[in-house]
Design a protein around this ligand. Sequence first.
Ligand code: NAP
Length: 437
Amino acid sequence: VAVIGAGPAGIYTADALTHDDDGPAEVDLIERLPVPYGLLRYGVAPDHLKIKAVGEALRKILERPSVRLFANVAVGEDVTVDQLRDRYDAIIYCLGASADRSMGIAGEELPGSASATEFVSWYNGHPDRESHDLSEVRAVAVVGVGNVALDVARMLLVEPADLEPTDVTEDVLTVLRASAVTDVHIFGRRAAQHVKFTTKELRELGELTNVDVLVAGENLPDEVPADLTPMAKRNVAVFQEWSERTAEGRPRRLHMHFRARPAEVLGDDRVRALRLERTTADGGGTGELFDVPVDRVLRSVGYRAVPVPGVPFDSESHTVPTVDHRVLRDGEPSPGEYAVGWAKRGATGVLGTNRSDATETIRVVTADAAQLRARRVDEPPGVGDLLVDAGVRFVDKSRWLTILDVEAEEGAATGRGRVKLADWDRLLEAAGLVDLT
Ligand code: NAP
């Protein structure tokens, strides 16, 4: 089986295919980046050490002899989907959702307006990242009230010293140490009970040292509606507790705003303010506009998948179309093609959601197995010889472990634990695929 994408969804899929040691499945994990782990490495915030520790479990799956790794290989460029279809019984797309959504308002393209996705990639040392400079940024607007918004706000407000025990790169620490940020505003377009935060992550913001958390009480419901989910009740209780706090003159402030819908990013050569429209509790417009002066706008309004050449893609839902986990080509289930994770479901759910998704999908693959073996074209199995013939240099498991060793050495040189390599060249050099000397 070829599994395209070695993020958590891909590795959990490999797990579901190979956890039965007597099972016949052999899995080739094919990954565009030079390293596996997808959003665990490049999405989960560096200070979320407990979630990052899931990497240990993923590593055990990768260590299985029946799982091979072909990283630094772009499907659709280095190898085509048709080539893969001839060589595997099944292909499972675990492509994730790497692009951002836009707010669709004027001024969104101004310098200083960016997506949370870009900011997350930056602080997580993604090799495709752009640099960020916060030395002249005092106030930041974060639009959207999901967990990514919480991560972004926390990384803007955290004491850089608290990140030193993490794998965050030295250049990120340098930027955060020079940051001029004093105020972070989070804007939700509906009322407080509609936020998508998980309460545990929300509470973390209220525990940051050197940060006053400010919630305007008039933004909160007078009475907590009785029909709320337990999570919504807990979240509203956190906001109510925060609204009773008095500012203690700490150097940084977090401002929570509800019922505030972004209307326009204002500025000239750069962002100067965010214009918002007051809404009703459900997000309907009231026509009342107000401006909040900010130097940066980070939209955190969700992720979307990007098309990969040769892989069916629904450009309205931004997903790989499926029915019962089977990929649709021209509206019909395509034999031997499946999808798992955000590329199929959209960008919702946490790591564990992908695990159950993988298990359910593999149940369908197993049900199809006899039919799949019957359709395999008589090509040598696996992708290795194709890549060698095409001169594509891939990162296998041993080269990936070498990258991790070099990252550990890099951290030790500055008295820290493992620190990520963040450039393509440095990653490929560490893997022994290029010589930069
Ligand atoms: P999300 O949870 O779907 O939140 C997106 C937010 O954007 C919502 O508040 C939504 O508001 C808002 N929004 C959408 N369009 C908007 C617009 N045009 N203007 C203003 N607001 C808009 O997405 P996410 O934060 O990107 O997270 C993605 C997934 O990753 C989630 O399942 C999340 O739990 C998970 N995640 C988990 C962790 C963790 O466990 N620590 C960390 C990061 C991410 P409406 O509700 O009004 O549409």
